[in-house]
Design a protein around this ligand. Structure first.
Ligand code: SF4
Length: 359
């Protein structure tokens, strides 16, 4: 994808709330969209109905608690991940995206002021001496889809470069990385790529970057000094899935293992609300059972088999890399990592303490 021509084609309207009208990131984005400026509104509700769709961007001040815990899932192991909401919404069109079942405001929202996020993460680091603070911006949107326009990730990378315990993760299904390659001190920032085999990307992730482009981007960021991470999530069992995933993992052999911060594995899962909200997909006709958190998943023993296949294939290709499971039960963790060469990411620790803002 070529960034700016992509944005000009994809987004037709750009609004900003008055409070952030003069923010440098708003001006930067307007210029890159070849606009004189953003259209100003006092609140996002003022955006005309005809423009309340996913062709509209809206910049707003960062309000409320800027950093929180990953919601995790009841009855499943938490990996102590914190989330910072920078970009809310996404147009990459994944068929399984949970946001389709709950998001009721279609424009993509940009929380334009990074300072509250930086201050909150620093306070968490101070309140948890000796602990790693993993924080990511890819929970309710793609970390980098809009980033070349607004340039907010650079502010976070640079701010946390001198915070040795903070691991900032930018997670993407794009190859939009070139705008952060020249950051001189990347500290512990990690650029993460969600991966699925090209056969599945073609079916289920229609507007994302081709896998080859994501992997080429991973090589560029690693060469620029970042650590990288890979998320196989959601793993989907359709067609020749084993051969497809094996071939994909083989392609990671070119990555220097020491530059891989972690690999996460997550099985396809969805709520009944999501199933009812999207057109039927081939993968949904498999056998699913409700879990304790209400989500539908493959049977536990089948998930274990799939995870063990993925873990073994990753170990053959990459040796000992940190691997963790996303939203899985303690029993599945035990079965998957029994006798493993790979090291699960430390996730069985007490939750991080989150001070109230200002403390
Ligand atoms: S990239 Fe992530 S946020 Fe965007 S549609 Fe896909 S799953 Fe949803």
């Amino acid at each position: 994808m070529s960034c700016f021509s992509y944005y000009r084609r994809r987004f037709l309207h750009f609004y900003a709330e008055h409070e952030v009208a003069e923010h440098p990131a708003v001006r930067r984005a307007a210029q890159r969209l070849a606009l004189r400026g953003a259209k100003l509104v006092t609140a996002r509700e003022q955006i005309p109905k005809a423009h309340r769709n996913d062709r509209t961007l809206v910049a707003v001040p960062t309000r409320g608690s800027p950093v929180g815990r990953c919601p995790g899932s009841r009855g499943h192991i938490c990996c102590n991940y914190l989330t910072a909401d920078l970009y809310a919404g996404c147009t990459l069109g994944c068929s399984y995206c949970i946001m389709q079942s709950y998001r009721n405001f279609a424009p993509l929202v940009v929380n334009i002021d990074t300072y509250p996020i930086i201050a909150a993460v620093r306070a968490i680091a101070r309140a948890n001496p000796g602990r790693r603070v993993r924080v990511g911006t890819g929970q309710i949107g793609d970390s980098l889809q809009l980033d070349p326009l607004f340039g907010l990730s650079r502010e976070l990378i640079e701010a946390f470069a001198d915070e040795p315990s903070v691991e900032l993760e930018l997670k993407t299904k794009t190859d939009f990385v070139d705008h952060v390659l020249d950051v001189s001190n990347v500290g512990n920032a990690i650029i993460a790529f969600s991966l699925n085999p090209p056969e599945l990307v073609a079916q289920e992730e229609p507007e994302t970057a081709p896998v080859a482009d994501r992997l080429a981007a991973a090589e560029r960021v690693a060469a620029a000094g970042y650590r990288v991470a890979f998320h196989f999530d959601p793993i989907i069992r359709v067609g020749e899935w084993q051969a497809w995933y094996r071939a994909l993992i083989e392609r990671l052999r070119t990555m220097p293992p020491l530059r891989i911060a972690w690999v996460s594995l997550g099985m396809v899962r969805f709520t009944p609300a999501l199933r009812d909200a999207v057109p039927p997909r081939r993968f949904m006709f498999d056998e699913f059972v409700p879990s304790r958190d209400g989500k539908l998943r493959y049977l536990q023993r089948e998930r274990v088999e799939i995870y063990r296949f993925m873990r073994g294939t990753l170990e053959q290709a990459l040796g000992r890399v940190p691997i963790y499971l996303c939203m899985e039960s303690p029993a599945v963790w035990r079965h998957v990592f029994a006798g493993a060469r790979s090291a699960p990411v430390g996730s069985l620790l007490a939750p991080l303490r989150l001070p109230q803002s200002g403390s």
